[in-house]
Design a protein around this ligand. Structure first.
Ligand code: DLL
Length: 431
């Protein structure tokens, strides 16, 4: 099933041609309207009209989360605020969030892409879609919501209600589609098991999961416990939100929506563009976004591009499952945490040193975090009251910032730092 058959089955030549035309108009727009790009292009003598191929595109330097942070909040916007009809944001690397905006046209494209995501997985207007992504500044809830409404499905916006409530609603409202993060789906699956509910009591048939890495093993668990077909979907707020690439019924890679984005794979160490098929960091350029176009944005996500045509008949190239990150960003319960944000929190706590180690484990489908934090040499370990106070302070600050629970344990100075004086910040035992 295709939502946009014309674009989804376009010949490779036509997609290539369309990408260059749309790229040129995007480059012209940012050159005219975004002082950051005006200066960058002028400094490097880049003339938008001269960028006529993917090879030319590689002349333009990358943008990163830092570019957005340095231009916080609206410096990268290519339209005046009065043309922006929606604003979302995601956690930044050092406390400052990255802010993204959408014009009315951007929202139209986004909804259309999300309708594509859902249709690709077999969702139709006869379905009832339970959307258990956070509705708010995070792009997940609203992205899926608008796509499902466009298809004409019935939308149940449960957002982050507890797994218990999700199950009640799923059963009583007869939800046939569940969209959420895979870790949340695991919590729901676990509770269904614990409560002795038979999946036959539900009419759920499709799960669309994303916003964090997951594996074939988790796919199998979710499919087997919920009696569904589970699909992977990928996106990031800086580029659009969800609606960047998604799996079709074949589940052999995520179709990249190349009529809206140009993808490159680079060596994360050198920045060199890698030949097609090789694994590296995904770099994306938006070619239809009006409010905040991004040119050569380094996603930090590791993957490779699959060139071979898909059996589903779509002509777009596919992304392999995201295999990891180039940085230390961790994702728990779908919430993204950058090490620098933790360091920021610790810097405000008396006695705490910016050296810590987080151990993530999955117990019965739920991610559990333990965090060890080094304290200064003079820390009075025998004063239990002080010890508890500092542990509480860190735990509460993390809860306030990320809305997640973490067990905190203070440890002696330098006890976490191995060779070279560097602590391994994250030990992820979930897989
Ligand atoms: O997570 C957007 C989204 C919402 C995607 C709902 C899919 C479903 P951000 O919060 O900006 O946006 O986080 C983007 O999440 O760079 C990846 O590291 C990670 N990520 C997203 N989808 C996947 C996936 C949304 N399917 C960051 N597999 C990205 C692995 C994913 N990682």
């Amino acid at each position: 099933m295709f939502w946009n058959p014309e674009y989804e089955t376009m010949s490779r030549d036509d997609i290539g041609q369309m990408q260059i035309e749309r790229l040129q108009s995007t480059l012209n727009r940012v050159y005219k309207n975004v002082p950051y790009y005006k200066k960058l292009f002028d400094d490097l003598a880049i003339i938008p009209e001269e960028i006529n191929s993917r090879k030319d595109l590689a002349r333009i330097p990358f943008t990163t989360k830092n570019t957005l942070r340095d231009n916080y909040p609206y410096g990268m916007f290519a339209v005046p605020l009065r043309e922006v009809v929606r604003i979302h944001s995601s956690s930044g690397t050092t406390g400052k969030p990255t802010v993204v905006g959408y014009t009315r046209n951007d929202l139209k494209h986004w909804s259309d892409l999300m309708a594509r995501v859902l249709t690709m997985a077999g969702v139709t207007k006869d379905d009832t879609c339970q959307i258990a992504f956070d509705y708010g500044l995070f792009t997940g809830g609203f992205g899926f919501h608008y796509g499902a409404e466009l298809i004409g499905a019935s939308v149940v916006p449960t957002s982050l209600a507890s797994p218990e409530k999700q199950i009640h609603i799923m059963r009583d409202y007869k939800s046939s589609v569940l969209a959420c993060s895979p870790s949340f789906a695991l919590s729901i699956a676990q509770m269904i098991r614990d409560q002795g509910i038979s999946p036959n009591e539900l009419v759920l048939r499709i799960g669309i999961f994303g916003s964090e890495p997951w594996s074939e093993k988790i796919r199998n668990i979710l499919q087997d416990t919920l009696y569904i077909q589970a699909f992977d979907t990928y996106g990031l707020s800086e580029i659009m939100g969800p609606g960047v690439a998604s799996e079709c019924l074949q589940k052999e890679g995520l179709h990249l929506f190349e009529d809206h984005y140009i993808a490159e794979i680079i060596n994360p160490e050198t920045g060199e563009v890698l030949p097609s098929g090789q694994s590296g960091e995904l770099v994306l350029t938006t070619i239809t976004k009006e409010a905040v176009p991004m040119i050569r944005y380094r996603t930090g996500d590791l993957t490779r591009i699959i060139e071979e045509p898909c059996r589903c008949g779509r002509t777009s190239r596919r992304l392999d499952r995201i295999g990891g990150r180039t940085d230390d960003m961790i994702i728990v319960h779908g919430i993204k945490i950058h090490p620098s944000q933790i360091e920021n929190i610790l810097s405000r706590v008396e006695h705490a040193e910016p050296h810590y180690q987080i151990i993530i484990e999955r117990q019965g489908g739920v991610d559990e975090l333990e965090m060890m934090v080094e304290v200064s040499d003079a820390f009075p370990f025998d004063e239990v009251k002080t010890l508890m106070k500092i542990q509480d302070e860190i735990r509460n600050a993390i809860h306030r910032e990320f809305n997640i629970h973490v067990r905190v344990r203070l440890v002696e100075s330098k006890s976490l730092r191995g060779e070279g004086g560097k602590a391994r910040k994250v030990i992820d035992r979930r897989n």
